[in-house]
Design a protein around this ligand. Sequence first.
Ligand SMILES: Nc1ncnc2c1ncn2[C@@H]1O[C@H](COP(=O)(O)OP(=O)(O)OP(=O)(O)O)[C@@H](O)[C@H]1O
Length: 228
Amino acid sequence: MIEFHQVSKQYTRDNAALSNITLSVAKGELIFLSGPSGAGKSTLLKMIAAMERPSSGTITVNGHDIGRIKPSGLPYLRRNLGLIFQQQCLLNDRSVLANVMLPLLVTGHPRIDAEKRARAALDKIGLLSKAADEPMALSGGEQQRVAIARAIVNRPQIILADEPTANLDRASAAKVMEALHAFHGVGVTCLIATHDEHILNEAKKIIYLEHGRLVAPGANAPLPGGAA
Ligand SMILES: Nc1ncnc2c1ncn2[C@@H]1O[C@H](COP(=O)(O)OP(=O)(O)OP(=O)(O)O)[C@@H](O)[C@H]1O
């Protein structure tokens, strides 16, 4: 479903954010990305969403070469992706429900259908009772769950989450992870970058990055000799 083949990313000439990454993520997998700050986790996620382009190598998502995607192809790619990124802002001048409806309205869904689906998404993450509230009135953990509802309202095949539990207390973080596990449970492919030890301790599959390189252990680490 997601394939990286010898992917490198240089933002500047003397700084390789990612070096020679080869990995594959199968449909329905739940994979955690771990590694120290600056290791390249966000860069890796952003490249899957074509928010950053590889400097070399190829990335394919559902067989499409992301590095070659034209601007006109981006909406189609992103429709299949649920993006939960850091500093992802909710709009405070409208309700929680309106925030979650937004991705559907911008892709041309009728308002009635958008509202029905947004309510269903809020219900899934346990926040239907807050639909009429403004995001500012919610706790940090609740706001993060609204961001998740907004990311999944389009029923994406893939969820990319960058530090979804950052700055949350244990109980809120557990609820966020519960929601993500539930999507994995119904076949959504999930890639989650995290520093959170509690989450990593329970993770079945972890990709470790250090200085932009994959490091063992993990089934995704490159084998000696360069084979994937
Ligand atoms: N837009 C950018 N321009 C220049 N350099 C960048 C840019 N984005 C990231 N970098 C650099 O690329 C490297 C990898 O950054 P990245 O944000 O991917 O790491 P990370 O593992 O997600 O870090 P963190 O855990 O702190 O979020 C870092 O050295 C960072 O400074």
